[in-house]
Structures are given as structure tokens and as C-alpha cells.
Design a protein. Structure first.
Ligand SMILES: NC(=O)c1ccc[n+]([C@@H]2O[C@H](COP(=O)([O-])OP(=O)(O)OC[C@H]3O[C@@H](n4cnc5c(N)ncnc54)[C@H](OP(=O)(O)O)[C@@H]3O)[C@@H](O)[C@H]2O)c1
Length: 326
């Protein structure tokens, strides 16, 4: 009976979530809101952008918009073929100014090597988009002994951002946009749930949600500690967009909502808008969505935690240090 009640509660919570957010997170919400928006001033000339996971989905949209605005862009992603294909597509569309870096963000060593290569190039980064992120249904543990989606969704963002700041590549005037998800709305900040390598305890959707929640806390912390450096940090979620990631990780969800999912450009719109406008934001946990600040929490239970961005950063730092010395 207890089990059935728990199951019923779970189904009710999921239904409530979808009914509440479906009009807003799909293309319906984007189109309705766009009606009231002005065209963003997308003059990015003189800027250099680094976009992680930039060879497909939302990242690819960001790359194209940045190039159209006159920026130069380093596209970092895992598959060399996809990166080559992207460069060919960009050339065919007359978009110049992109270069590529192959990096598997599930591996600390590869992110470290990427930071070293970027440092050797010595080119300042005006805009970093921490976009790479996946929902893995099946548990995948890397050869470095960490849960793969934890590394790509969160640890690599921390490592890359701090690494670029340490090496002076992100400086005053730089902006960092972190791409989170509405999936965070179900989960509180919990360091213990970030790197679950036990098959009996791993749940892909929950792992993803905990990583995405942690991004919001980390973003607030970064704004606090790096404020004096003049670097701005934003965290946004794109709603629900029809990308290869959604097709792969949420096939049933996609089948049902396919006709009203956002296109990748609509999902990426707020990233571009944030970089173009750099709006002021209060010193609290929040998330940007469709060009507006939205609450970081919509359910009371996710506020209950004794952890914060500082304790999270300390866990991430320790994880990196332990792996580097093992
Ligand atoms: N689409 C949505 O509705 C939605 C909703 C909420 C949040 N988001 C967030 O938005 C971001 C982008 O999502 P998306 O749907 O555009 O994803 P996607 O379609 O899966 O595209 C992911 C991109 O990241 C790259 N990538 C994946 N794993 C990588 C790794 N380990 N190392 C390097 N590159 C990697 C992929 O290149 P390879 O194929 O070469 O690996 C591809 O370029 C993610 O953070 C996601 O969580 C998306």
C-alpha cells in the first residue's frame, strides 16, 4: 500500500510538472513571448567566444548566432567528424571565424589539455558558454572513475571556467553563460547525489536534475566570488527543444511533444540575448528563461538543504584534486 501511494505521488508530481510547464517550455511559450520582444542588438564584433558542446543542438545555434554577429568562435565538442561537418556547413552558409577543439568533457584529463591548449594560444575569451550536457539513462563510469554525466554536466564546467580564470583568459568584461534545465526544479542541491557510480542507486533523470540544480547554485557562487574581477555569470534554461540530445535521452517525451517542441534557435535565444544585453541581476539563486529572471525553486522541498555554492565548489575542487593526484 505504502509503495503504491509513493508511486501515485510520483505520477501526480510528474503530471503536475508537465501541466504547469508545457505551455511555457514549448515553442508555444516562445512564440507568445516573442511577440513582445525587440530584436536583440547582436553586434559581437571583436569578441571571441568558446562554446562547449557546440557541434550540435543548442550549442550549434549559439555558434551560428555568434558568427552572424561578427564574433570569432572556438567550438569545443567530442566528435571530430561532427566538428568537421560543422565547419563545412558554416563555410557553405558563408559564416567565417570558427575554429574547433576536440575535447571529451567527460574526462578531466581532456578538459585539462584543452585549457592548456587555449592558454598556449593566449587568446582572451570574451564569452564562455558552458553548454555541454547530457542525460544518460544507463550508468557510464569513465576510466577516471567518475560518473560520466556528472563530469560533462557540472565538473567540466567548473574545471574549464576556473581554469580559464586562473590562466587569465577570462577577464574583466567577460561573460559566462551556464546552460541548465527545468529538470532541476525537482531536485535540491545535494553533493552526495552528483557522482553516483553505484548501479543500484543510479537514476539518469535524477542524476541530470541534481547536476542542473548544482549549476544554479554554482552560478550564484561564481557571481559572488568573481564579482571583483568584473566577470558576469548567468545561468539559463532553454525550455524544451527538439535536439539530438532529447531524441536520444527522452524518446517517449519527444514522440508525444514533437510537434510543439522548440527549435534549437528558440531554445538558445536567451543565451544570445544575455550576452548581447548583459542585464543586472540580484545576488540570489535564480535562472533566466525566455529573457526573464525566473525562480530557481518552484517546489518547497528543493529549498531544504544545508549546502550552498561554496560547499559545492569545495566538493568539485576536491574531486578534481583527488583525480589529478591518483
Ligand atoms: N534540448 C533541450 O530541450 C534541453 C532542455 C533543457 C536543457 N538542455 C541543456 O542544453 C544543453 C545542450 O543540449 P542539447 O539538447 O543541445 O544537446 P545535444 O543535442 O545532445 O548536443 C550536445 C552537443 O554536445 C556535444 N557533447 C555531448 N557530450 C559531449 C562530451 N562528453 N564532450 C564533448 N562534447 C559533447 C555533442 O557533440 P558529440 O556528439 O560530438 O558528443 C553535441 O555537440 C545541455 O546542457 C542540456 O542539458 C537542453
Amino acid at each position: 500500500m505504502k509503495k503504491q501511494l509513493a508511486k501515485f505521488r510520483q505520477i501526480a508530481a510528474v503530471l503536475h510538472f508537465y501541466l504547469r510547464f508545457l505551455p511555457s517550455f514549448t515553442q508555444l511559450g516562445f512564440v507568445a513571448r516573442r511577440f513582445f520582444w525587440s530584436v536583440p542588438k547582436t553586434d559581437f564584433r571583436g569578441q571571441h567566444w568558446l562554446v562547449t558542446g557546440g557541434s550540435g543542438g543548442l550549442g550549434r545555434s549559439v555558434v551560428c548566432a555568434a558568427l552572424r554577429g561578427g564574433a570569432t568562435v572556438t567550438v569545443a565538442a567530442r566528435s571530430a567528424e561532427k566538428l568537421h561537418a560543422l565547419i563545412a556547413e558554416l563555410a557553405a552558409a558563408g559564416l567565417e571565424g570558427a575554429d574547433t577543439e576536440r575535447c571529451d568533457f567527460t574526462l578531466i584529463a581532456e578538459t585539462e589539455a584543452l585549457i592548456a591548449r587555449l592558454a598556449a594560444q593566449g587568446r582572451a575569451i570574451d564569452v564562455l558558454v558552458n553548454n555541454v550536457g547530457v542525460l544518460n539513462d544507463e550508468l557510464l563510469v569513465t576510466r577516471e572513475g567518475l560518473e560520466a554525466s556528472f563530469v560533462s554536466n557540472l565538473l567540466s564546467h567548473y574545471q574549464l571556467t576556473e581554469g580559464l580564470i586562473d590562466r587569465g583568459l577570462l577577464q574583466s568584461g567577460s561573460v559566462v553563460v551556464n546552460v541548465t534545465s527545468g529538470g532541476a526544479y525537482h531536485f535540491p542541491l545535494s553533493a552526495a547525489m552528483l557522482n553516483v557510480t553505484d548501479p543500484a542507486r543510479y537514476r539518469g533523470v535524477a542524476a541530470y536534475g541534481f547536476h542542473k540544480r548544482a549549476q544554479m547554485a554554482l552560478n550564484r557562487y561564481w557571481n559572488e566570488i568573481h564579482h571583483d574581477r568584473g566577470i558576469m555569470f548567468y545561468v539559463m534554461h532553454p525550455g524544451w527543444a527538439d535536439t539530438a540530445g532529447v531524441q536520444r535521452s527522452l524518446p517517449r517525451f519527444r514522440r508525444v511533444l514533437k510537434s510543439i517542441l522548440r527549435d534549437a534557435d528558440s531554445g538558445a535565444d536567451t543565451i544570445i540575448w544575455l550576452v548581447a544585453h548583459r542585464p543586472a541581476q540580484p545576488a540570489e539563486e535564480l535562472v533566466w528563461f525566455d529573457r526573464k529572471i525566473r525562480p530557481a525553486h518552484v517546489y518547497a522541498h528543493t529549498r531544504h538543504t544545508t549546502e550552498d555554492g561554496r560547499s559545492l565548489a569545495s566538493v568539485l575542487q576536491t574531486t578534481l584534486s583527488d583525480r589529478r593526484h591518483s
